[in-house]
Design a protein around this ligand. Sequence first.
Ligand SMILES: Cc1cc2nc3c(=O)[nH]c(=O)nc-3n(C[C@H](O)[C@H](O)[C@H](O)COP(=O)(O)O)c2cc1C
Length: 362
Amino acid sequence: MSSAWGDYIKISIFGESHGEGIGVVLDNLPAGEEIDMEAVLHQMARRAPGRDRSSTPRKESDTPRILSGFLQGKTTGAPLCAVIENTNTRSADYANLTVLPRPGHSDYPGFVRYGGFNDVRGGGHFSGRLTAPLTFAGAVCRQILLRRGIHIGGHVYAIAGVEDTPFDMVNVSAQQLDALSEIYFPLNNSEKETAMREKIEQARLSLDSVGGLVEIAAVGVPAGIGSPMFYGVENVLSSIMYGVPAVKGIEFGIGFGAAQLRGSQDNDPYEIKDGQVRTKTNNCGGVLGGITTGMPIVVRAVVKPTSSIAQQQDTVDLQKGVNAKLSVHGRHDPCIVPRAVPVLESAMAIGLMNLLAERGKL
Ligand SMILES: Cc1cc2nc3c(=O)[nH]c(=O)nc-3n(C[C@H](O)[C@H](O)[C@H](O)COP(=O)(O)O)c2cc1C
């Protein structure tokens, strides 16, 4: 597996869902950065399962134990290592998945790739649980970014076709993003929560699942960050965001919507505002030529419906070489979109730290 990422601020994520524990090593952080661990725990709680019926009943304390890199409330500059114990495992739920791979999950390609030696219990290293250490790392990084005037936040943009109000890509504010990052089910229009929850509940009752879209924004990132062709903002951010399990598509600004427009509609005209170069629209999502324009960076990610569903599906018996049927049991979210928000915010934070470090701006 390759679970190490980053050219400047490097993260390495280890562990398997039902092993002894999971964790992260975060290397090359600036020394002397004050980190509020309560705020880190709050971000991890937003990601944690078992908060309501839309989420898996697996409850874990998810409390990270910091082994190195942090002393008297500040980073020391040594690798920051945090370990989270696995305490609530029910491996029996996964006993048959080595033989009967779940449609939509990593069981079959993982079996081929690792010759059957990978740990499939609880999804092993492919589990959504591995996003807990990612969220820890991102929550640390976003505090460092905050000190440099960069605010990150996101919302559930859509679940099963029910849409929230999208970000105003020109005027999204630091206060708006800060407020969203406090909430478990973050929405710009909180009235949409009931309809979204109804869709999730309907899916759960029919032994099914639903997916959706997450929209993440960052404000305060200066113009001129990113190095094309291959260290552009889009390259770096999508590279880490695709590391989040269940993410199947990413777009910046209006993204695929640009295909429908003329240049005169898609171009973001410039203006001088408050003595600064700004754009009147922000269809490009704050990135042109892989480089930040100084406008808000806006990214949308597709989070697919959870693959582990109790409904009977076709699969194969890898031992007998015959077709088979499978209903997945165990504790699975009928919708992981809300939990993916803090994870994607974290991925954005770690990505931005690397982009700033590359330009010597950290
Ligand atoms: C926070 C989070 C929780 C997840 N929980 C589950 C789950 O309970 N059941 C499941 O089948 N997949 C879950 N996933 C997604 C799978 O890990 C993922 O679909 C699988 O590894 C296959 O990878 P892919 O969908 O990226 O191709 C979760 C993902 C995230 C981000």
